[in-house]
Design a binder for this molecule. Structure first.
Ligand code: HEC
Length: 181
């Protein structure tokens, strides 16, 4: 600090300091704590105000929020009391079975390759479906998706087999009144 500056400050304190009594000093110290806190509170309110939306808007409602933060891959939950809507064989295949059966992972019969399906196809649809439902060697039960209905598994098996040289009949949908498993 240069001499000139020091002189200036000494000068300022002597003649211009607004704090002249101990009471003023205490007030000044208190204010120096309270004012920043007030500013922080105001800033927090300002930020929180960003979350406020007009009446009637539901952009921040629990549903809209859940939608926005929903995982990209999701399991669709269907009202269990309503009539069950079965996925098609193709839907099940693409969602669950394709992971292994498209490339023939771990010895899985390959989609569209009759030779790899021939052995299983010979045992008949029922045997194949039974294996698909309870699992077989590296093949997990229901392809690892226990929420699938047996009927959906049957459809997927028929879909895969019929695209791989077999000619099984499309399975008939169980009566809608049947209680879902
Ligand atoms: C994690 C990998 C994997 C997934 C996912 C998978 N599979 Fe498989 N699957 C296999 C393998 C491995 C085999 C061969 C099992 C064996 O014969 O040793 C197989 C065999 C099969 C067979 C033949 C069974 C038999 O009788 O020989 C059927 C039918 C079948 N899978 C259906 C399905 C269906 C339907 C799905 C989807 C819902 C599915 N798989 C999902 C790996 C998988």
């Amino acid at each position: 600090m240069s001499n000139t500056q020091q002189n200036q400050e000494a000068h300022t304190e002597e003649h211009h300091s607004p704090i002249k009594t101990p009471k003023q000093l205490i007030v000044t110290i208190l204010l120096s704590f309270i004012v920043p806190i007030l500013i922080i509170i105001l800033l927090v309110n300002l930020v929180a105000a960003g979350n406020q939306v007009g009446a009637g808007s539901d952009t921040l409602g629990p549903e809209a929020t859940a939608k926005r933060i929903a995982p990209v891959a999701k399991l669709e939950l269907v009202d269990a009391s309503g009539p069950k809507v079965f996925k098609s064989g193709e839907q099940v295949y693409k969602a669950v079975c394709a992971g292994c059966h498209t490339a023939g992972v771990a010895g899985a019969p390959k989609f569209g390759d009759p030779a790899s399906w021939a052995a299983a196809a010979k045992t008949g649809l029922n045997a194949m479906v039974a294996n698909a439902i309870k699992g077989k060697n590296a093949m997990p039960a229901k392809g690892g998706n226990p929420a699938l209905d047996d009927f959906e598994i049957t459809r997927a098996v028929v879909y895969m087999a019929n695209n791989s040289g077999s000619k099984f009949d499309e399975p008939v949908e169980p009566a809608p009144a049947a209680p879902s498993k």
